[in-house]
Design a protein around this ligand. Structure first.
Ligand code: 2M8
Length: 431
């Protein structure tokens, strides 16, 4: 497939996944609006349909809660409760004044949206119209950051904690295994709630039933506590500081600084916060023994030993100190991740005994995290390796189509076909 044919295919995928005022990640598997998916999608849509890119972000932020959190899913009321589990009835999110509108979950995802908003602006030919979009979004983006910095600083160290693996976007990553081990497994929960994902996707590619039982227990705990963040350390079963989530939090501040400059707001506090988070990330989540970043279980204080792609994402931060930058590059180039090879970086250490080439975030290649690493390589001036990674990403997409993820051994497309962020980021890579 030529680049032009891929561009055409990617546009078709995004057009087919457009629903009224948002893009669904995949028609069959994910029929609602997801938070960080909308941000990645907006980056790619900015090129051919900027009005939809803005609309996607606007519809997501129209469902922002009063406390600033942006829900990880905004449910489409026209989609049956049976078509995605857990749906709105399970989440039972509080009605106004808890949230502004729409049926939503009560958990969040990484705040990629400021990066998307800045990138759409830069690509829009009508700068006045784009500035008005930024003026609408900016206070809402800031409110999301404030929620994460204040509501979610569970450890009091300046990093945001996730309260559920789904908040990372890297659902069944081995990064959570040790923290999840403390969460009881009640498989009877899956008898009362039917998983829908395994009806439309291959079961052996998806998180296990044990994972799902734990996901339900953790989500129910947060829901039953009224989605309040006070006192989480005393009673919530899962609290983790994720290096990818916090890197994106800092990156969001850098994008907000750029946006602030466009709309005449003060950029300096954003740059200061980005610098501070970068420093705390290094102090708290970097392990000199492995030369990469690891997730911290806030309940025990322990760093996970797993070497996951999330531990390389701090590379996206331009202010990362030289020592960490070079050790992350060494790790990325090593046999564990294989930067420079034909296939992009896997989600988990290829040399680990439990590396699983097919199971979701436990081995397969994902385009969104590779896109972040590609941004990092460029930010640090590694243009040749950035070009190699770009070629590897486009290579698997051209051979396999706009799949959700790819086999890290042979590059075959797996997971949902016609997946939105793969299509959108392919467009961005070819821009
Ligand atoms: C996956 O997560 C959802 C739950 O949020 C699921 O498995 O049902 C993840 O890959 C996540 O990162 C993504 O945002 C979502 C929709 O594409 O799917």
């Amino acid at each position: 497939m030529t680049e032009e044919e891929l561009r055409q295919q990617a546009v078709e995928v995004l057009d087919a996944n457009w629903e009224r005022d948002h893009t669904v990640p995949s028609r069959a598997l994910y029929p609602h609006q997801w938070s960080w998916d909308s941000a990645f999608v907006a980056v790619g849509m900015a090129l051919h349909r900027p009005e939809r890119a803005w609309r996607d972000l606007r519809s997501l932020f129209a469902a922002q809660w009063y406390d600033g959190r942006v829900p990880h899913i905004v449910f489409d009321p026209d989609v049956s409760e049976r078509d995605y589990f857990p749906g709105p009835a399970f989440w039972d999110a509080p009605a106004s004044p808890g949230r502004l509108g729409g049926l939503t979950t009560g958990i969040v995802q990484p705040p990629v949206h400021p990066v998307a908003a800045r990138d759409i602006y830069l690509r829009c030919l009508d700068r006045d119209a784009a500035r008005r979009e930024l003026e609408w979004l900016y206070p809402r983006l800031v409110k999301q950051q404030t929620y994460l910095f204040e509501g979610r600083d569970v450890a009091g160290d300046g990093l945001a904690s996730i309260v559920h693996p789904w908040e990372s976007g890297l659902d069944n990553s081995p990064a959570w295994d040790s923290a999840l081990a403390a969460v009881p497994v009640d498989l009877s929960l899956l008898r009362s709630h039917r998983r829908q994902d395994t009806q439309v996707s291959v079961h052996s590619h998806r998180p296990t039933d044990t994972d799902y039982a734990r996901y339900i227990t953790i989500a129910a705990s947060y829901r039953d506590g009224g989605y309040l963040d006070e006192g989480l350390l005393e009673h919530h079963p899962f609290l983790v500081e994720c290096p990818a989530f916090n890197s994106i939090l800092a990156l969001a501040e850098l994008a907000l600084a750029d946006i602030a400059e466009v709309i005449g707001a003060d950029a300096a506090p954003h740059r200061d916060r980005a610098e501070h988070v970068t420093k705390v990330l290094v102090d708290r989540l970097y392990d000199a023994r492995t030369g990469m970043f690891h997730a911290r279980d806030v309940r025990t204080g322990q760093l996970s030993a797993a070497r996951c792609v999330s531990g390389l994402i701090p590379l996206v931060l331009p202010g990362l100190p030289g020592a960490q930058r070079s050790s992350l590059l060494d790790m990325a180039r090593s046999a564990a991740f294989g930067l420079g090879g034909e296939v992009p970086l896997p989600s988990y250490d290829r040399t680990a005994p439990d590396f699983d080439r097919l199971r979701y975030w436990r081995g397969p290649v994902w385009i969104n995290v590779n896109w972040l690493i590609w941004q990092g390589l460029r930010a640090h001036g590694h243009d040749r390796e950035a070009a190699d990674l770009r070629a590897a990403m486009l290579g698997v997409i051209r051979r396999g189509g706009c799949h959700e993820y790819f086999d890290p051994v042979d590059g075959a497309g797996i997971g949902a076909a016609s997946f939105s962020w793969t299509a959108a980021l392919a467009l961005d890579l070819m821009a």
